[in-house]
Structure formats: structure tokens, C-alpha cells
Design a protein around this ligand. Structure first.
Ligand SMILES: Cc1cc2nc3c(=O)[nH]c(=O)nc-3n(C[C@H](O)[C@H](O)[C@H](O)COP(=O)(O)O)c2cc1C
Ligand code: SF4
Ligand code: SF4
Length: 267
């Protein structure tokens, strides 16, 4: 079982490549979370997801806390765009705290979809040797290699200092509620709601037509994946904190919109 979580397709692509190499199947974390607590038992169990703030995405942490896993070979592959900041080790420690022993951890440098920090048009000009990295990881996992990617002390210090200074922003409802803004350019097509892994966008039907709304929550519901803003065909969603290139949006070239809807949307 290759459990994956994705906002813009990088981790779905990585999970597919791994599943193909190890003759396994991909399973969507977003879909499984809608079904509630379960126990999974397999020879090998993988978690493939993006790095968020040098850490695991909140939804993946909830998944790991909610489900029970029984396997002799638990592995974790994180995709990231610029600086992993020791995320594999941070995540390994998180698993350890849940009594889950990772046999293998690694990461893959891919396109950075954090729109406030990166211009996607510029990111797409960089050759990050993604397939070469994935080939190495697939070979490791096929051979059931045991390896834990180390983190430097500096990485872990930067992570700790970030937490001390800002708290865990991706678990902060105030930050999440104000992170995105839906503008009047919205045509009510509903794509944003269809790719949202946690169903936190709704379509309001008004006299003038449909329109997407993102109700505020007291709890951290939005998981900050940026699937909605990247998939909106009208570019009607923006980030009030600013974007490096408000005209550029991203989806992994090997992943279709239908793939993302199937991975994240309510079935
Ligand atoms: C909320 C958020 C936080 C992120 N934080 C980091 C980070 O700390 N370091 C990094 O290198 N990339 C970071 N990224 C970039 C993603 O990890 C990277 O683009 C990833 O491959 C996206 O995977 P996906 O396409 O499966 O969603 C972040 C992206 C988002 C949306
Ligand atoms: S994807 Fe964009 S245009 Fe379509 S409903 Fe969502 S915000 Fe509106
Ligand atoms: S509202 Fe947007 S950023 Fe938040 S979880 Fe849904 S798709 Fe992801």
C-alpha cells in the first residue's frame, strides 16, 4: 500500500512511480480520512506526501494518528521544492512518537508550489532531475533497503526556531482562514471544491449564478495544500500575503485534473 497525499500532483506522481516499481497500489489519504478509523496490514506500507514548513502536512499527521498500521517495512518519501529542512527526520520522529518505526525515509526535490515564495514559471525552467531521484528511491524500495535520511543539526535548529517564533502556522485556524481569498472573477465552476481534500470549499447558488465560498472555521480544517488556487481556471483565488507570480499556477505534468479530483474530491 502506497498512501499518498497531494495538492498539485507531485506526490501523486511519486507515489505512482513507487507503486509501479514495487508492484503495489496507491491509496489516497484524503479519501481514506473520509471513511474513518481503519487498520492496514501489508508487507510494505509507504507514505508519500509533500513537505509543509519542514514538516508533514497536517492532514497526513491526522491520518497517521487516526489509523493503525501493521507492517515490517514502513517507509516515508517526502516531496519538496526548495529546502526540506530535515523534514524526513522530523517526520521519522513524529512516527516514532506514535510507536511506528520507519525502515526507510527519503525525499525528492520537485517543483515548489508554495506560491508566496516561488514563481512557478521560473521553477519550471529548472531541471531538478526528478526522475533520476525517483529511480534511485524506487530501486531502494524494490530492494527493501533500510535507510533513514539524516538531518543536520542546523536543519533541526531552523525547524525548532521556526516553531518557537511562528508556532505551527499550518495548524493555526486564523492563518488558514485568511490564507486564501476568492475574488469576483469566480465563475462558479466548482473545480476548487472538487480538488479540496478536506471539503472546505462550498458552492453558493445566488441569483447572479454560482460562486465558491470558503467558510471560516474555529478548527484547522484547511490543510494548506493549495490545490484549489492552482486548479482554478479563472485564477479567481489569490493569497492576500502575496504571490511571486499571480499569473502562474501549477499542476504536475504527469497528473491530470481528473486525477486530482479522483485523489482528493468527495466520491
Ligand atoms: C503549505 C506549503 C508549505 C510548503 N513548505 C515547504 C518547505 O518547507 N520546504 C520546501 O522545500 N517546500 C515546501 N513546499 C513545497 C512542496 O513541498 C512541494 O512543491 C511539493 O512537491 C508539493 O507536492 P504536491 O504537488 O504533491 O502537493 C510547501 C508547499 C506548501 C503548499
Ligand atoms: S475553481 Fe475558481 S472559478 Fe471555479 S468555483 Fe472555484 S474559485 Fe470559482
Ligand atoms: S481550501 Fe484549498 S488549500 Fe485549503 S485544503 Fe482545500 S484545496 Fe487545500
Amino acid at each position: 500500500m502506497v498512501f499518498f497525499f497531494t495538492g498539485t500532483g507531485n506526490s501523486l506522481y511519486a507515489a505512482r512511480r513507487i507503486a509501479q516499481a514495487t508492484h503495489d497500489q496507491t491509496e489516497s489519504i484524503a479519501q481514506l480520512m473520509r471513511e474513518g478509523t481503519q487498520t492496514f496490514e501489508a508487507d510494505a506500507i509507504g507514505i508519500v506526501c509533500p513537505v509543509y514548513g519542514h514538516d508533514l502536512p497536517p492532514l497526513v499527521k491526522r491520518f497517521l494518528r487516526t489509523m493503525t498500521f501493521q507492517t515490517d517495512y514502513l517507509y516515508l518519501v517526502l516531496t519538496y521544492g526548495n529546502r526540506h529542512g530535515g523534514a524526513t527526520e522530523v517526520a521519522r520522529r513524529f512516527l516514532d512518537g506514535l510507536g511506528l518505526e520507519a525502515a526507510y525515509t527519503n525525499d525528492v526535490l520537485m517543483v515548489d508550489n508554495w506560491l508566496p515564495g516561488f514563481d512557478i514559471a521560473q521553477q519550471l525552467t529548472l531541471d531538478k532531475h526528478i526522475d533520476e531521484q525517483l529511480n534511485g528511491i524506487c530501486a531502494d524500495l524494490t530492494a527493501r533497503r533500510r535507510y533513514l535520511k539524516p538531518a543536520t543539526e542546523q536543519d533541526l535548529r531552523v525547524y525548532r526556531e521556526g516553531l518557537e517564533k511562528h508556532g505551527d502556522i499550518f495548524e493555526n485556524p486564523q492563518f488558514l482562514n485568511s490564507m486564501l481569498q476568492i475574488t469576483d472573477a469566480c465563475t462558479g465552476c466548482g473545480i476548487c471544491a472538487s480538488v479540496c481534500p478536506v471539503d472546505c470549499i462550498e458552492l453558493m447558488h445566488e441569483e447572479t449564478g454560482a460562486r465558491a465560498v470558503r467558510p471560516a472555521h474555529d478548527e484547522p480544517v484547511c490543510t494548506a495544500c493549495l490545490a484549489c488556487i492552482n486548479a482554478c481556471p479563472a485564477k479567481a483565488i489569490h493569497m492576500p500575503m502575496g504571490e511571486k507570480n499571480p499569473d502562474a499556477r501549477f499542476r504536475n505534468e504527469h497528473v491530470t485534473l481528473a486525477d486530482l479530483i479522483a485523489a482528493n474530491g468527495s466520491l
